[in-house]
Each structure stands twice: as structure tokens, then as C-alpha cells.
Write a protein that binds this ligand. Structure first.
Ligand code: GDP
Ligand code: MN
Length: 392
């Protein structure tokens, strides 16, 4: 799960990470009051107006602007609220800005980078730091990988003080700043660990002209499977920022992730779903989604899954690939038939069924009078569905 910058800053501040002073607003006429409060009641101090969307690259896209007065802050907030902001991370459709964060304007001396993620290769958290902050870190990683410092963290002992100091010295922070920076990094790691975050990124991490260290930007993602332990974080979810079909799928307890191909997939079991996506790709096609209806899905869930797949306008053909273990093929067949009856056959559907009650399931499909293409094995299924998606 992702959250907004202003929310990430609130979470981080609880663990002692220093962040700029600011307030989030949803109505432009609140901007003036916030800007004045940030400058002791005076209206002539600089503030930064920042669009809150779940995507980076806002600065370049016009979603981060400096206002020289409270009056200008209100004007900028009015422009930003309701606008569709397009950045390199939003895709061409962009995102509607529903909230803006108003922060004290800071005089920045250096822009650095900090990032904490789980490193899959080593199987542990890695703390990254770079002097090349404020820019796209992907570009730094591609062109100057040596400029990204990394400290791998043994989860059993946690982030060690010597690692914090090593990063601080690596960032060329002067002696007086090293202890403060080490405390900042340690707080960031504590927040990452305690909230079961999968990402905590500060870009830029700044040194101001008056020598303070602050998280000027903040991004946090959380492990969905750990959210049950963090009801306070779960509350920060903003479904406006999520794919509507994915939100619908979560509400039905389905594991659905939208992709950009045109072959819809309904599969039981995550492993089989992954294999199905691979074989579609191998047959020259592109999956439109990942959908695991689960090992023990009922007829209703199969129906909902089918409905969600067909809700994606890019889908040109559907592959239903079920191995009936705990799940019985006749239950799947009856869910698919009832879904196809009520939703209509908008696109061709290929079915590959195997396992418990397979004969009964196949009989139900063929006797339904609906035009399913029945496949023999996964390879045949993938080839059939890819050909149908192409011609459809
Ligand atoms: P992003 O583009 O979505 O990553 O948004 P950021 O929060 O990182 O802001 C983009 C850039 O705006 C930063 O890299 C800074 O250069 C600049 N910026 C943001 N806030 C301030 C501020 O208070 N003072 C100054 N001088 N620059 C700022
Ligand atoms: Mn940023």
C-alpha cells in the first residue's frame, strides 16, 4: 500500500525523523491561513505548495511550486487543486490533485538521497544513500552506480551505529553534522522496521543553508500482508489513487493486479497464475492481469473475478486456467457459466480445466450452450487465447 507524502512525513516524525513544518489542505482558501501560521502570523514569508498524489516527479510536472507570500500560496493552491497532474510516473492519464501540502520554504544548500528497501538478492533491508539527490535515482543507478552507497542490514541485529556513520561520512557531511545525520538515519530505519514498510525514500534529504537536516520529500510503501498489524496505517489508504478494478477485487477478497496486455487471466493459485502469465508471454501474447481466485474460491468469487476481468476495456480474450485440487471444476464451471450468462460474452473465452470433477465441469460448459473454446493442456490454451486476442 502506498500513502501520500504528507502522511509519510507524519509517520516518520513519530519516529524522530525531522521534517519541514507544514499542513495539508483540500480547499484553496485555507492556504493563506496556513502560510501565515508558518511565518508567525506574517503573510510575506515563502512557502512551498506541493500536490499530493501517489507518484513522484511532481516537481518537473508542475506539482511543486514556491510561493513568496500567503496570497501567492492561495493562488497556487487554487491552480493545483482539481488539476490533473501528469508526471513520468503517472502515465499520460495523470492524477487528479485533491490535496496540497503547504510547507515552510527552506533555503537548501545540498540535496541528497536516502532510500530503504528490502533487497531480494540478499534477503535483507538495504539502506542506500547518495550525494545525487533531488533527481531521478533510477538515472543515477544506471549511469553512476558507484555513486549509490549501500549498507545491508542484518535484521537480527538491526541497523548499527557504525553503518549510520559510514553513510554520513560517505555523503561528505561535515564533522558537526555526522552525529545528527546518524540519528536521522537510525530514526528512518526504526520507522521502516516498525511499520513493516517495503520502501522508505527521502529524495531529497537536504542540508539547509543554516545547517539543518530535513526530509524535504518522503515516500513510504507498506507490505499489504502486514497491514493487519497496523490499523493506524491502513486508515491512511486513499482509494482515489488506486486502480478502480483493483479496489473492487480487494473488496471481494480476490488477488488481482492489472497489467497492460490484452489477455485476461483467471487462475487458481498464485504459482499457476504466474506460470500462466509466463506461458501467455511465451506464446507471443501479453497478460492483461494477474488474478488468483484462491485455492478455495466459491461460485460467487469466480463470477466476480470474471466481471472484473471483463471490466478492463483492453481485454480481447480471456483464459480460464483452473487446476481443481481443493477447488472443484464443477464449481468453477458453474461460476463461469452464470457470469457469462449475466454479463454476456463480450470476448472469446478459452477454458482449461484439470483435476477434481473435471468431466462434470467440462460437461457443464459444453451443455451451457455458450461458446467456450476448450483447451487441452496449458500450451494449447495459451496458443488459442493469444490467437483469439490477436484476431479479436
Ligand atoms: P517530486 O518531484 O515529486 O519528487 O517532489 P519533491 O518533494 O522531491 O520536490 C521536487 C523539488 O522541489 C525538490 O527536489 C527541491 O529541489 C524542490 N523543493 C521542494 N521544497 C523546497 C523548499 O522548501 N525549498 C527549496 N529551495 N526547494 C524545494
Ligand atoms: Mn522527490
Amino acid at each position: 500500500m502506498k500513502i501520500h507524502e504528507y502522511q509519510a512525513k507524519q509517520v516518520l516524525a513519530r519516529y524522530g525523523v525531522t521534517v519541514p513544518r507544514g499542513e495539508v489542505i483540500a480547499k484553496a482558501d485555507e492556504a493563506r491561513g496556513v502560510a501565515e501560521r508558518l511565518h508567525g502570523g506574517k503573510g510575506d514569508g515563502a512557502v512551498v505548495v506541493k500536490a499530493q498524489i501517489h507518484a513522484g516527479g511532481r516537481g518537473k510536472g508542475g506539482g511543486v511550486k514556491l510561493a513568496r507570500s500567503a496570497e501567492e500560496a492561495e493562488k497556487l493552491a487554487a491552480q493545483m487543486l482539481g488539476m490533473t497532474l501528469v508526471t513520468h510516473q503517472t502515465g499520460p492519464e495523470g492524477r487528479v490533485v485533491r490535496r496540497v501540502l503547504i510547507e515552510e520554504g527552506l533555503e537548501v544548500d545540498r540535496e541528497l538521497y536516502l532510500g530503504l528497501v528490502i533487497d531480494r538478492a540478499s534477503g535483507c533491508p538495504v539502506f542506500m544513500a547518495s550525494t545525487e539527490g533531488g533527481v531521478e535515482i533510477e538515472v543515477v543507478a544506471a549511469e553512476h552506480p558507484e555513486k549509490i552507497l549501500k549498507e545491508f542490514i542484518n535484521p537480527a541485529v538491526g541497523f548499527q551505529p557504525f553503518q549510520a556513520r559510514k553513510l554520513a561520512f560517505g555523503l561528505d557531511l561535515d564533522g558537526a553534522r555526522v552525529n545528527e545525520a546518524s540519528r536521522f538515519f537510525t530514526s528512518l530505519y526504526r520507522a521502516f522496521e516498525a511499520t513493516d514498510a517495503s520502501l522508505a525514500e527521502i529524495n531529497p534529504f537536504v542540508v539547509t543553508k543554516d545547517g539543518r537536516l530535513l526530509a524535504l520529500d518522503a515516500k513510504m510503501n507498506f507490505d499489504d500482508n502486514a497491514l493487519f498489524r497496523h490499523p493506524d496505517i491502513r486508515e491512511l489508504r486513499d482509494t482515489n489513487e488506486e486502480d478502480a478494478l483493483e479496489v473492487k477485487a480487494t473488496n471481494y477478497g480476490l488477488n488481482y493486479i492489472r497489467l497492460d496486455g490484452n489477455v485476461g487471466c483467471m487462475v487458481n493459485g498464485a504459482g499457476l497464475a504466474m506460470a500462466t502469465m509466463d506461458i501467455i508471454q511465451y506464446a507471443g501474447g501479453h497478460p492483461a492481469n494477474f488474478l488468483d481466485v484462491g485455492g478455495g474460491a466459491n461460485e460467487e468469487q469466480v463470477r466476480r473475478g470474471f466481471e472484473i476481468i471483463l471490466g478492463d476495456p483492453n481485454v480481447r480474450a480471456v483464459l480460464i486456467n483452473i487446476f481443481g485440487g481443493i477447488m472443484r471444476c464443477d464449481v468453477v464451471a458453474s461460476g463461469v457459466v452464470s457470469a457469462a450468462r449475466s454479463l454476456g460474452f463480450k470476448v472469446p473465452v478459452v477454458v482449461r480445466l484439470e483435476g477434481t470433477n473435471v468431466e462434470l465441469g467440462q460437461k457443464m460448459l459444453s451443455e451451457s450452450g455458450l461458446d467456450f473454446a476448450v483447451a487441452k493442456g496449458m500450451k494449447d490454451a495459451a496458443e488459442k487465447v493469444v490467437a483469439l486476442a490477436r484476431s479479436g
